[in-house]
Design a protein around this ligand. Sequence first.
Ligand code: ADP
Ligand code: MG
Length: 339
Amino acid sequence: MSKDHTGRSGEFEFIDAVRRAAGAPGRHAPVGIGDDAAVLRPPPGSDLVVTTDMLVSGRHFDPAWMSPRKIGRRAVLVNLSDLAAMGARPAGVFASLAFPPGTGRRFMNEIARGIETCSREHGARLLGGDTNLSAGELAICITAVGHARRGRIVRRSGARPGDRILVTGTLGDAAMGLVLLKGETPPPRPAARRFLVRRFLEPEARLKAGMALAESRTASAMIDISDGLLSDLGHILEESGADAEIRLTDVPTSAAFRSAPCPAGTSREDLALGYGDDYELLFTVPPSRMKKLDGMRLSCAITEIGEIVPRGDRRGKRVRVLDERGRLFRPRMTGFRHF
Ligand code: ADP
Ligand code: MG
């Protein structure tokens, strides 16, 4: 942190508090917070997997929607979701924070606590970071580090024609939750509202599923759905050089999602296919490996929604969505921009 009106002593106090809360760095990190750099020691035979994601207030979220502790948690969860999508096991988290001038000490501590507890709950330790002042926005840049057995990570590029396309959980919940937070549609029953809003504020990183699918070499390609099914499936298709067909009626949605009124100008299909923030896993499985899914411990439901097909010569239309009668369905939304 640079010198400013809060003074270096305020920064040191904060870092001290973070360091105390983080505790010992764990067996995969001989050095954590408190030195110039952390030291990582991955288990023999494993690869280090590193991902980073930045959340900026006013772009990705509005601090008025959630407590500082939840903001910290969510910032960690979206990073862990990227580790899940590679099939890696979380080990360490780094948190670089920029606070707007005048941010209270309690707010800062609560963000740090959210980051620390969420990391720990998922088997990772807070190993370092940086603390700074911003000119106005709150910025949280999390870097998550994980391990995966050498050669077992799942890339976006491994999908082949004939592979089945599957997703974990349900889609559209987080989009509906965000719409509800913004007050753009009348709320459904309180329990449904709570569920949907929570799906936006506290996405579940599908770590168990990601690790099991990778470790067993079941998935041929995998990605987490942060921008929307069509957009993220597009990334798999781009990297794999293939196209895909999705059966609209098979796309899984929750009862709460189906019970909520749709905001004007959008449809339920748009929300489930075109918006992001669900952080479910989207993955492909070759037909010969489908039976491996039986009895696999994934801690969540999985649903087959379509198939990878050979790359056609259609320009730009990599995904064909078919309705219940097998006719082409034209989604309006293909990717979500938050603000
Ligand atoms: P340096 O000047 O070497 O960058 P800092 O004073 O920024 O050191 O940080 C001191 C220690 O505290 C380092 O180990 C750093 O990783 C850690 N640290 C600083 N800010 C945070 C934070 N927001 N979360 C976790 N660790 C932090
Ligand atoms: Mg620093």
